[in-house]
Write a protein that binds this ligand. Structure first.
Ligand SMILES: Nc1ncnc2c1ncn2[C@@H]1O[C@H](COP(=O)(O)OP(=O)(O)OP(=O)(O)O)[C@@H](O)[C@H]1O
Ligand SMILES: [Mg+2]
Length: 509
């Protein structure tokens, strides 16, 4: 296999901090090269340098043996380096085909040649067996399809080296298998793929070689056939993972009672259809389901971010149906939101200010500014330590944190409020396996203390590891409930697909 890309001795310094230190990797044509490592290890930084988004402090990039330096992403693309972004840079009102050719539009007589764009997009999708509908409006496509459009876009731009930074974090299990298949197809066609992911099974399934980063340095470079998920975990974290603590028998009084809640836009099919369930003190209720079946709307309704048309929601003994976010939070709710960028964090503010959000109304804050500061400083420091949030100081801009560390900060903030009820949506999205363990442990401890947790996760393994009871959502309804003892991956998957969990298919109304 000929070496297509070499990065030699790459170093990136931010002030006193070395995000990358002497990192070297080599990637062949037709190779899938995975980059793994803890949150803040420097994975994204390395890829940003390759894509021309960050200037290396020192180091050398060689393409087919020739040194290159990119002035920006456009320059990188001209040299055949493309990056698929996690937050897609696409135009929702344009069609799939228009999004694929954008910036490189086929012209005819000086004008955009729509027919050719359509034909080109279709041919490209067929050639790499990537299923998309070229005429569909992008904004109406699923997340998985939008990601396929991003991939086709970089292929259209002529990418030979394709960077994917945590592409599977936002996908359903089905879409993950499709993406892994696409990655293999691209490699077989001679493309070089750089893949960042925290899911070691995915790495073992799709990668040829793996580079492990830790604290900005390479701690291992191995062929997939010579290693195992366990060995990779050890190289990443530097220790063996622990078992979760025991769950105590805890279930108490009902804490959250959702009764026949319906959410519906005029004349459309309801997104929540007569949903009823309860979360008790001392239990974790998991909601499983393919994303887009009402889970997001349910959490928005409970937390006051969206209104319901009928039904009631009670928290403790208060009717909180259609009340304000502030009132519901004060009543006793904390919320780890599914989209940390949209609802969760202000990237321009400091780590401390982000941690503070939502605390202003607590009693400790009405006691004068000095006490507030001291008390709060203490709290933030404790969180940074407990969740191992990697930041140079509490005064650093939150936008400088790595993706996983920002997620940990939001988890810490919401758990730190010690409310009776916690809504946890995808609580471990984007965090490394060590941090996942810490967060799972913290959730279990909260439950054992007698608080209630409503957990929504697209990771079945996470639902199974944590939940006392599992509810399955399908098309806005709860279609099944399983106890911890009876739940298996097969039964849940069946219910998620709209079946009844006993092998038969549910009649759709
Ligand atoms: N612009 C910046 N200024 C200061 N520090 C930065 C900046 N960008 C990144 N860093 C720091 O560099 C380190 C590496 O960040 P990077 O985003 O590369 O991590 P990562 O390995 O991708 O982590 P994750 O798995 O959480 O995405 C982090 O500690 C981060 O805080
Ligand atoms: Mg990253």
């Amino acid at each position: 296999m000929s070496v297509r890309l070499e990065m030699k001795n790459m170093t990136k310094r931010y002030g006193q901090f070395l995000a990358n230190e002497g990192v070297s990797i080599a990637v062949g044509a037709g190779e899938v090269h995975a980059i793994v490592g803890e949150n803040g290890a420097g994975k994204t930084t390395l890829m940003r340098m390759l894509y021309g988004m960050e200037e290396p402090t020192s180091g050398e990039i060689l393409l087919d043996g020739k040194p290159v330096s990119f002035r920006g992403p456009d320059d990188a693309i001209r040299h055949g380096v493309g990056m698929v972004h996690q937050h897609f840079m696409l135009f929702p009102d344009f069609t799939v085909a228009e999004n694929i050719v954008i910036g490189y539009e086929p012209k005819r007589g000086g004008f955009f040649d729509r027919a050719k764009a359509m034909a080109d997009a279709t041919a490209l999708a067929e050639r790499y067996r990537i299923p998309v509908s070229p005429t569909a409006v992008l904004g109406e496509c699923s997340i998985g399809e939008q990601q396929r459009v991003e991939i086709l876009k970089v292929l259209y731009q002529g990418a030979e080296i394709i960077i994917l930074d945590e592409p599977t974090a936002v996908l359903t299990p089905m879409e993950v298998s499709e993406l892994l298949a696409t990655i293999r197809t691209l490699a077989e066609a001679g493309k070089s793929i750089l893949l960042i992911t925290h899911k070691l099974q995915e790495v073992m399934e799709v990668a040829d070689r793996i580079t492990v980063l830790r604290g900005g340095k390479v701690t291992g470079a191995v062929a997939a056939k010579d290693t195992s998920a366990e060995e990779l975990a050890r190289l990443m974290v530097g220790r063996d993972l622990e078992q979760l603590s025991e769950r105590t028998e805890q279930r108490g009084e009902p804490l959250l009672v959702v009764h026949q809640v319906t959410m519906q836009e005029k004349k459309k099919k309801p997104v929540l259809d007569q949903v009823s369930f309860a979360v008790h003190h001392g239990e974790i209720v998991g909601i499983a389901g393919v994303s887009g079946n009402g889970q997001s709307e349910l959490l928005q309704a409970i937390s006051g971010l969206a209104a319901v048309q009928s039904g009631t929601i009670r928290l403790k003994d208060t009717d909180v149906t259609n009340r304000t976010v502030a009132l519901i939070r004060e009543t006793g709710l904390a919320h780890i939101p599914e989209d940390r960028y949209f609802w969760g964090a202000a990237k321009e503010e400091t780590v401390a200010e982000n941690a503070l959000m939502g605390y202003h109304r607590l009693p400790a804050f009405s006691r004068g500014i000095i006490i507030q500061r001291k008390w709060f400083h203490h709290l933030v420091a404790a969180w940074i330590e407990r969740f191992a949030i990697k930041t140079s100081s509490a005064h650093e801009k939150a936008g400088n944190l790595s993706g996983g560390n920002l997620q940990k900060l939001i988890v810490a903030r919401e758990m730190g409020r010690e409310t009776p009820l916690l809504l946890a949506a995808e609580p471990t999205r984007g965090v490394d396996i060590g941090a996942m363990e810490t967060i799972h442990q913290a959730l279990l401890e909260k439950r054992n203390k007698g608080d209630g947790i409503l957990l929504v996760s697209s990771e079945l393994s996470e639902i199974l590891a944590l939940s006392d009871r599992i509810l399955v959502m399908f098309e806005g309804r709860i279609v099944g409930e399983l106890s911890r003892a009876e739940a298996t991956e097969e039964k849940i998957s069946m219910l998620m697909a709209g079946g009844r969990g006993d092998g038969s298919t549910q009649a759709t109304a």
